[in-house]
Design a binder for this molecule. Structure first.
Ligand code: SRM
Ligand code: SF4
Length: 574
């Protein structure tokens, strides 16, 4: 391993706490783009430079600059947002972006297609709605997730507060964001400010935190750098189990990269959560690999040094010891659709949003319908980590009005779909994602349709099987935790992974490579037949394919690639 720091470390160091030349670059309208270094810094401010890949080749042929635009990610800690904020995001989607709202797998909003001349104004207007974009991306802690659990209202209120407190505490302290986007007062020298938690080079890589309330693992805690699992006794949160070292990104053909599920290492009291989050971040700040960005996530720090090491180091940073892990059990990592009434008598409706894309389609004007609901809604909207939406906290009196609008706009039966479709996630992928190798959001609905016919035939329409597709192995739709995962290899070609745990606790394993649409059906059909005939009582698809030998169970990250031996794990985790 080389000791030379990665290029991004230099960019951060020279950036004067994330300023770079962003302010100047934004003023240069002779190009739709920003400088390479500023593009890296821009991520810390919550936006990515992209181009429309559907028209890239045509523009190249005409010697035109790429069709540059920006994706803006709006942080929504815990996924809870007001109707007013929804209305504003809806307006901005039409006024500045491509007319759609994207609900992400981390409970955030994304706007795509914002051109450079509108970027500053859009970010300013987002802030006017009491939301922001700082740290939505970049080498810092990202949007903190939390179960949008509406059923246990007191417990949810408490864990939501915790996730918002973590988010606030770990938000970068630099004034650069205010200066560049909000015309805040300029601070001339970097000495006047410090980043008490991050320091001037921030973290080696992105960092992700969730809070979950069992039995729902809808936030997929095992995919996160750090998670808190609420332990509820007699309706009270008595504390949180702490899980560290999850992460999913990898590179095809590079076995040194792999997804990893988090280890549950201890328990802390509610009043210790923010401190634990801060100290875990600091351990990664100090020990994460800053020489190789493909090896810089916390999962590799833990994989290289061992779980026992991280526990001991964390206890040193904390100055006290985490307590022993408490018992907990997850049931699944999906959403529960339709209406529920909570313990306070309020109503909640979970709407299925395919691929998280809020859009008006012919015959299904969901975006307009949701705006109409937001205009009369007095509760809140909760973004789920499965890219769906909970219209939450509806009073008895308002329920009929909301129901009428759901009916009018065709959303009342949004969940009248196969269990497979309801348990699906697709990442954005083409045409906006610069890293995409294959389609995902635009492809998965078709693939599901083909599979649905087969499932119907063998009587499995109502059996929930998690199915996820991403356009590349970065893992944005968390495909490596799915019972059926498709990961793009090249145009129209996917690797098929099988055997993820239905509760989101076990990684899947590569079953077949380079499948096209035809191969997908041909490969999965006999397995569905077999499952329908020979599954045991209550046996999940992910468990079945392991028991019957289609794939072996993935026990740890490195074992994800078949040819790395399991006994290596014993050495690493001891
Ligand atoms: Fe992601 C990069 C979209 C959740 C792992 N992700 C990207 C970029 C920004 C592409 C880029 O770097 O140029 C994608 C923008 C596409 C677009 O056009 O919008 C992108 N990621 C997304 C979203 C929008 C997917 C979605 O369809 O919902 C999710 C936004 C979450 C949010 O609101 O913050 C999203 N990304 C995830 C997740 C899932 C999660 O966090 O629960 C993962 C896997 C978990 C993890 O981090 O390990 C994930 N995204 C990545 C990676 C690989 C990181 C790694 O450790 O290797 C990249 C590439 C990178 O960082 O170099 C990436
Ligand atoms: Fe883009 Fe790959 Fe993430 Fe999909 S998984 S959004 S293709 S980076």
């Amino acid at each position: 391993m080389s000791d030379k720091l990665s290029a991004n470390e230099g960019i951060k160091t020279r950036s004067n706490y994330l300023r770079g030349t962003l302010a100047e670059g934004l003023q240069d309208l002779s190009t739709g783009s920003l400088s390479e270094d500023d593009q890296q810094l821009l991520k810390f401010h919550g936006t990515y430079q992209q181009d429309d890949r559907d028209i890239r080749a045509g523009r190249r042929a005409h010697k035109l600059e790429k069709a540059y635009s920006f994706m803006i990610r709006i942080r929504v800690p815990g996924g809870v947002t007001t109707p007013q904020q929804w209305i504003e995001v809806d307006r901005m989607a039409d006024q500045f972006a491509n007319g759609t709202i994207k609900l992400t797998t981390r409970q955030a909003y994304q706007l795509h297609g914002v051109i450079k001349s509108n970027l500053k104004r859009t970010i300013k207007e987002i802030n006017d709605t009491a939301m922001d974009t700082i740290a939505a991306c970049g080498d810092v802690n990202r949007n903190v997730m939390c179960n949008p659990n509406p059923y246990l209202s007191d417990v949810h209120a408490e864990v939501l507060k915790v996730s918002q407190a973590i988010s606030d505490h770990l938000t970068p302290a630099t004034r650069a964001y205010h200066e560049i986007w909000l015309d805040g007062e300029k601070i001339e020298t970097s000495e006047e400010e410090v980043e008490p938690i991050y320091g001037k080079t921030y973290l080696p890589r992105k960092f992700k935190i969730t809070v979950a309330v069992p039995p729902s693992n809808d936030v997929d805690i095992f995919a996160n750098d750090l998670s808190f699992i609420a332990i509820v006794e007699e309706g009270q949160v008595v504390g949180y189990n702490v899980a560290v070292g999850g992460g999913l990104g990898m590179t095809h053909g590079d076995e040194k990269t792999f997804p990893r599920v988090a280890d549950v290492i201890g328990f802390c009291r509610p009043e210790q959560v923010v401190d634990v989050a801060e100290k875990v971040v600091m351990v990664q700040r100090d020990y994460g690999d800053r020489t190789n960005r493909k090896h810089a996530r916390f999962k590799y720090t833990i994989e290289d040094r061992g779980v026992e090491w991280v526990k001991a180091e964390l206890n040193k940073y904390l100055g006290y010891e985490l307590e022993d892990v408490r018992d907990f059990a997850f049931e699944d990592n999906g959403d529960r659709f339709g209406w529920v009434k909570d313990d306070k008598g309020r109503h909640h409706y979970t709407l299925f949003v395919q691929g998280g894309r809020v859009i008006d389609l012919p015959g299904y004007p969901m975006k307009t319908g949701l705006r109409r609901i937001a205009e009369i809604h007095e509760g809140d909207f909760r973004l789920t980590a499965n890219q769906n939406l909970v219209i939450a906290n509806i009073s008895e009196q308002k329920r009929h009005e909301v129901e009428a609008l759901l009916e009018e706009y065709g959303m009342a039966k949004s969940h009248d779909k196969s269990a497979l479709r309801l348990a699906s996630i697709a990442c954005v992928s083409l045409p906006t994602c610069g890293l995409a190798l294959a389609e995902a959001e635009r492809k998965l609905p078709e693939v599901i349709e083909i599979l649905e016919n087969k499932l119907e035939e063998v009587g499995l329409r109502h059996d929930s099987i998690t199915i996820r597709m991403t356009g590349c192995p970065n893992g944005c739709g968390r495909p490596f935790l799915a019972e059926i995962g498709f990961v793009g290899r090249g145009p129209g070609r996917y690797n098929l992974y099988l055997g993820g745990g239905h509760e989101g606790h076990r990684l899947n394993k590569l079953y077949r490579q380079d499948l096209d649409e035809k191969d997908i059906l041909a490969t999965l059909s006999p397995i569905f037949d077999h499952y329908a005939k020979e599954r045991e009582e209550g046996e999940r698809f992910g468990d079945f394919v392991i028991r019957t030998g289609y794939v072996s169970a993935t026990k740890w990250g490195g074992d994800f690639h078949d040819n790395i031996k399991e006994d290596a794990y014993a050495n690493k985790s001891s």
